[in-house]
Ligand binder design. Sequence first.
Ligand code: SF4
Length: 399
Amino acid sequence: MTARAPRGLPHERIDSRRTASIYLHFPYCTVRCRYCDFNVARVTAIPRDDYTNAVRAEAERRLPEIAGRDVLSIYFGGGTPSLWGPAGVGETLAHLVASTGAVGPEVTLEANPNEAADAALMASYAQAGVTRLSLGLQAVDDAELHTLGRSHDASLGLEALQVAVATFSAVTVDLIFGLPGSTAESWRDTLHRVLDTGVDHLSLYHLTVEARTGLERAVRDGRLALPTDDVAADQWELIAPTLAAYGLHAYEISSYCRPGFESLHNSGYWLGQPYLGLGAGAHSFSGWREGGARRRENLRPHREYLRVAASGDDPVGTDEVVSRDDHRDERVMTGLRYGWGLDLLALADELRLDASCGLADRLGPLMKEGLVEIRDGRLRLTPRGRSLADAVTRRLLAG
Ligand code: SF4
């Protein structure tokens, strides 16, 4: 594994008034996983060059939206962006870096094990400028992978992880707990097998059964049974001590890493940093400005996106103003999930609200109950509050 130089914590580097990130959505997959409700197109022939050209045209049109800001991170998400190819990713990246003047941004590529197990391909992505690989492992048990409808088995997944750790200066893995057929023991085994590879960052999610997915139909028809709440709670409780034994700490409710390996990109979302989203169905956020923030979503159907963006027109799907209260509520919600909490005074200053951001009446009782605290101007959950994070957030935001 390549060592990475220590750097500042995300909230010390991210400044919602001066920094930004770029997200690129690559909407193509070769299979549709059973649990997935993302904006993806299952295709056999991926129009790589057309997509690269369309994204470039959109970038040329929209980069002025973040002009003057330091671009801290660039993120290739999907879909399966590891199918884009090093040429498309490299060309897109080079254009973005040259156009924004970004200096040493964190560059993340999401990858599926089918591509990530190919050491030569991964070396080409690293050479193209990718610094961080986000591996969609989800599970390392063949029965669980089959349940999820994944296109790889456990041994290929672990092989891919070893390649990733040997190639990139930072690697993160997505895993899902609460899977049908899983137990506390199988989850413990999953964590150990993954952590034994030396990975530096994990994102751990409880399975969400999304509407209109194959998984939802299977659960509804009784073909699959979810674990009981007690089993899911046991799995959750295993996480912190198991990861701590490997030197990983929680810096967000679902995100764990060794010190210095926090995701700058994801932290930007939690800290209210503007982001420019390029590609089919990509989301963008302008950051707070006097009068309101703007949030937009690009056209979702990939063919329509290709046609509009390639012609030089704006591939906008929806564009809406975010009110001051909605923006504050979102910042409170994500800030409470972030390990170092929310800089309440900075947010009050930015939104021109009182020092409690208009939350004084609701903060008092939660502080008395020992669920939240304010230290050094930062509002955060106490250890007790963390175990009740959703309920605490609901009480704080109930207007
Ligand atoms: S690879 Fe990822 S984006 Fe594609 S269908 Fe599976 S879960 Fe969805």
